[in-house]
Design a protein around this ligand. Structure first.
Ligand SMILES: Nc1ncnc2c1ncn2[C@@H]1O[C@H](COP(=O)(O)OP(=O)(O)O)[C@@H](O)[C@H]1O
Ligand SMILES: [Mg+2]
Length: 276
């Protein structure tokens, strides 16, 4: 399964969701890969504490002799495999985007779940990967959009991105992020998106300072602060996605949350993985 994560505006939380949802799937027992498809401003690797990876997606794009397995990093804290981008301008200028689709196809073959963190707006750079995907998640930041202009923003952004995904036959869902609004307002927005726009809302994630704090530590919030509001909300979004994608019924009780916490603790204490 390949899911593309996109957003109409920068800063909505696309990279954060890519990092945390891939962590959720990994902790739920799926072999998971996350790819930094934001080719010009790659930041995904920072969320996993990977800085300046020598071999990376850009190396693969610019040098056909690079081996895929050398560019994939196993993150022991989350169990996620990460295909990072390069932050060096030279690497970005010399890449050959034409190879992206083949690289992503080859990489995703070995995983149950692959997330691709795409560039902001209409993701022209990664559009070739849309044919490899089945799902598209649009991350919408409510916090920076006054609620009364929400409908205008939806017309401008969500409608277009949804149409784009559907043109490629993708199943499209929305994640609302950085929520600070009261429940009735959020309920209104969800109803508008689901009934008028016709797109399911798969997640509603609270604004939570634990998210940037975790990013600074290089550990996704679902592992770094598993009891935070954002971690809880992201797990719920993950449950919805898992039901949607794998058709499994999930009953998340106290025991499941406890097991998740144990599992992430175990991974941190006894890292089994090594760089692939
Ligand atoms: N739910 C949240 N609560 C608080 N801060 C968040 C939340 N989600 C993301 N952020 C912060 O917002 C900033 C932008 O997020 P990022 O994932 O990089 O956005 P994008 O990839 O869409 O540009 C980051 O500093 C991140 O830590
Ligand atoms: Mg980003």
């Amino acid at each position: 399964m390949v899911a593309i994560v996109i957003t109409g505006r920068g800063g909505a939380g696309k990279t954060t969701m890519s990092a945390n949802l891939s962590t959720y799937f990994s902790l739920s027992g799926y072999k998971t890969l996350v790819i930094d498809g934001d080719l010009y401003l790659p930041k995904l690797a920072f969320h996993f504490g990977i800085y300046n990876p020598v071999t990376n997606l850009h190396t693969l794009l610019s040098n056909p002799d690079t081996r895929l397995k050398d560019a994939i990093y196993h993150d022991v804290k989350t169990g996620v495999d990460v295909l990072p981008g390069s932050s060096k301008l030279f690497d970005i200028l010399t890449m050959d985007e034409k190879r992206l689709r083949d690289i992503v196809r080859e990489a995703a073959e070995n995983y149950d779940v692959t997330f691709i963190d795409s560039p902001v707006g209409i993701p022209f750079d990664t559009i070739s990967t849309f044919r490899l995907a089945q799902y598209q998640l649009i991350v919408v930041e409510l916090g920076r959009c006054p609620v009364h202009s929400f409908r205008k923003m939806v017309e401008n952004e969500v409608d277009k991105l949804k149409a784009l995904g559907e043109a490629y036959g993708l199943k499209v869902g929305v994640i609302l992020n950085k929520i600070r609004e009261e429940k009735p307002i959020v309920d209104d927005i969800v109803e508008y998106l689901e009934e008028s726009v016709g797109v399911p809302v798969v997640g509603i994630v609270s604004f939570d300072p634990a998210v940037p704090a975790s990013q600074n530590r290089g550990i996704p919030v679902v592992v770094n602060v598993p009891h935070s509001r954002a971690a809880r909300d992201i797990r719920m979004a993950g449950d919805v996605l898992r039901e949607w994608i794998f058709n499994v019924e999930i009953k998340r009780g106290l025991i499941d949350s406890f097991l998740d916490t144990l599992r992430s603790l175990f991974l941190r204490l006894f890292p089994s993985g090594k760089k692939l």
